[in-house]
Design a protein. Structure first.
Length: 140
């Protein structure tokens, strides 16, 4: 799918029968779980391939999701994840979710993610290494 070429982080997630609700389409909360999976893949990339974050980690501060096209089983969700803005203490990501079967955009999730110091129990500045890796990854 050509639209995925705009993303350096891409993942595929199979739609499961149990992802659907009584209306026979993927439940809205599943898209948010997919976006969470995409965030983890993004963190893995900016943290030099590691998922451990030591004292400074990153937490979800806010998210939204615009539902565009109802996906159903069977299908595969194709996700593209990228940073769209970096601030001193947070980054903003977008996750675009495409239907492989229908070759179209199904949803867009936007997230604000803050650096958080689990030892001090407060927000923190984004580690410089993460900022450098985000800039390299998404050319910001």
């Amino acid at each position: 799918m050509n639209a995925l070429a705009n993303f350096n982080i891409r993942i595929e997630i199979p739609v499961l029968w149990g992802d659907m609700d009584a209306a026979r389409h993927v439940n809205n909360t599943v898209y948010l779980k997919w976006a969470e999976t995409g965030r983890l893949a993004y963190f893995h990339a900016i943290n030099d391939g590691k998922t451990e974050f030591n004292n400074i980690s990153i937490i979800l501060a806010w998210q939204d999701c615009k539902y565009i096209f109802p996906m159903t089983f069977p299908d595969t969700a194709l996700l593209g994840i990228k940073a769209v803005e970096i601030k001193e203490d947070r980054i903003f990501l977008e996750t675009h979710i495409f239907s492989q079967n229908h070759q179209r955009l199904a949803a867009i999730s936007k997230q604000s993610l803050m650096a958080y110091d689990y030892k001090a129990l407060q927000k923190a500045a984004m580690p410089q290494k993460w900022i450098e890796n985000i800039r390299k990854l998404d050319m910001l």
